[in-house]
Structures are given as C-alpha cells and as structure tokens.
Write a protein that binds this ligand. Structure first.
Ligand SMILES: Nc1ncnc2c1ncn2[C@@H]1O[C@H](COP(=O)(O)OP(=O)(O)OP(=O)(O)O)[C@@H](O)[C@H]1O
Length: 259
C-alpha cells in the first residue's frame, strides 16, 4: 500500500498537552493514512497514551488541531461527539474486561449500551466476533476470570471490532503475552487491517511492530522524531530510533534512573 496515494484518516497538527509544569506533547505532528496500520513506538511515559486520549476527546489538547476524515474534532461535544466516537474501536492495555459480565456480554456491551442494538442481535454479533478471533462458542458463556491472558486479549479484540469500527487503537496489544500468543494477536491485527480498517497501535514490542505496521513513528520528548515505512526502520539514519530498536542503554536517549 502506498501512503502517498491514501488520504489522511487521522491527522494531528502541532498538538500540545501539558500537566502543570510537565510538558507531555510538545507540538506533535502525525498522519495516519486511510486503511493503513501505523505503530507508534517510544519509551515509557513519553505520552503515547495521552496522544490517543487526545484523539478520543478524553483529554483536551492545550493547542493544535486533530482532524479525522478532514473534520477538526478537538471542540466537538454532545451528540456530535457520540457520533464521532462510533468511528473508533479500542483494545485497551490489559484488555479491561468487566469481571461481572460473561465474555459475550463484554463483547456485546458497546453494541447494546452505545448503539441500542437489541440484546438478541448483539449476542449473535458477539459470538460471530468471538469466532473471528478464534474463540469457540463455549468461551462466550464463561467469565473473564476463567480465561488466560491471551484469551482475554482476544476477547478485548473481539469487543474492539464488535461494531465494525473505521479506526482501531491497539494499546500495547501483545504486552504480557508469550511469543506465540503474541503472534496470534499480531495475525488478528493484520486481518483487521486487511478488511480496510485504519489502525494506530502503541507498543514496545518491536517484533509485533514489524509485523503489524505499514508505517512506524517514534515519539520522543513530545514530538514525532521519525516516521517511515516499516521496511526503513533499520536504516532510519536516526540515532534515537537506532538506540530504541536495538535496546541500547548508551546513546542520545538518556534514561532518568532515580535511586
Ligand atoms: N491525567 C494526567 N494528569 C497528570 N499527568 C498525566 C496524566 N496523564 C498522563 N500524565 C503524565 O503524562 C506522561 C505521559 O503518560 P502516558 O501514559 O501517555 O505515557 P506512555 O507513553 O503511554 O507510557 P507507557 O509506555 O509507560 O504506557 C507521564 O509522565 C504521565 O505521568
């Protein structure tokens, strides 16, 4: 897929966000081409989650603009915001399932609560999505506590795709999983992209990034310091990217290690 040919689905322009004296996003520019999978890498605490929260309107940027399908969204509210949020699915870190609900009810939750889908139809959709992530029907009747971490991630993924969103955010989709289960999740993410969905993932897992990304962007000190096709990551010519992808303690990125 060529990024030049795809219009921007999501575009952040000069986005700034600080908490008190702490500057987190410092003029961040990022474009996600329509139908592509973009992975943002960066150290812990660099603002990856804050960036996603700004796109979803959970946090309001102090400055800058965010365009989705060409519409500036940082000031939308009320029903326009509800409508806007329907474009998104989200796989949270740690899956974030409701323990008191059965697996299928977790998957169906947004359909019933957010979209007014009747329970019977939502249940059918939930079981269909569970099958798509490779979970047999009997898993739908279990509670999340009865599942392994990898299965919980799959349920989280089924919930993220339940309403056929146009854009999916994957927040550290493979964290805490063994390499084989990680690859199962990677394959499922690749499958969602093949259906035309635009996605933004944040991850520390370079093997996952290489597999799921059309493009990789690196966030450092509140800015995107490099963005390019996945195949170029090993020859970025950027010392910060090089240090990060090779996991070297020595380099331009200095770790603040407090004793
Ligand atoms: N609501 C908030 N109030 C104050 N500070 C916040 C708030 N949300 C995030 N921060 C701060 O912003 C910085 C970036 O946090 P964020 O969660 O976006 O990092 P991250 O890049 O997603 O990290 P990780 O990879 O560890 O998940 C952190 O220093 C965090 O403490």
């Amino acid at each position: 897929m060529s990024s030049a040919a795809s219009p921007a689905k999501v575009e952040l322009k000069n986005v700034k966000k600080r908490f008190g004296p702490k500057v987190v996003l410092d003029g961040l520019n990022l474009t996600i081409p329509s139908g592509q999978s973009l992975v943002v890498i960066g150290g812990s605490g660099t603002g990856k989650s804050v960036m996603i929260k700004c796109v979803l309107g959970i946090l309001k940027p102090d400055a800058g603009e965010i365009f989705v399908d060409g519409e500036e969204v940082t000031k939308i509210s009320g029903t326009a915001r509800d409508h806007y949020l329907r474009k998104f699915g989200m796989l949270f870190q740690g899956a974030a399932l409701f323990d008191s609900m059965k697996v299928w009810e977790n998957v169906a939750f947004g359909l019933i609560q957010g979209r007014g889908v009747k329970k019977k139809q939502a249940r059918e959709i939930a079981f269909d999505k569970l099958a798509r992530v490779g979970l047999p029907a009997d898993v739908g009747e279990l509670f999340p506590s009865e599942l392994s971490g990898g299965m919980q991630k799959r349920v989280g993924l089924a919930r993220a795709i339940a309403a056929d969103p146009e854009i999916i955010f994957f927040d550290e989709p493979t964290t805490g999983l063994d390499p084989i289960m990680s690859d199962v999740i990677n394959d499922l993410i690749v499958a969602t992209r093949q259906s035309g969905t635009t996605s933004l993932s944040i991850t520390h897992d370079l093997a996952s990034a290489r597999k799921i990304a059309d493009q990789i962007a690196m966030l450092y000190k509140g800015k995107i310091i490099w963005q390019g096709p996945t195949k170029d990551i090993d020859n970025s010519g950027n010392p910060y990217v090089d240090q990060f992808i090779h996991g070297r303690a020595e380099g331009p990125i200095k770790m603040e290690v407090k004793a």
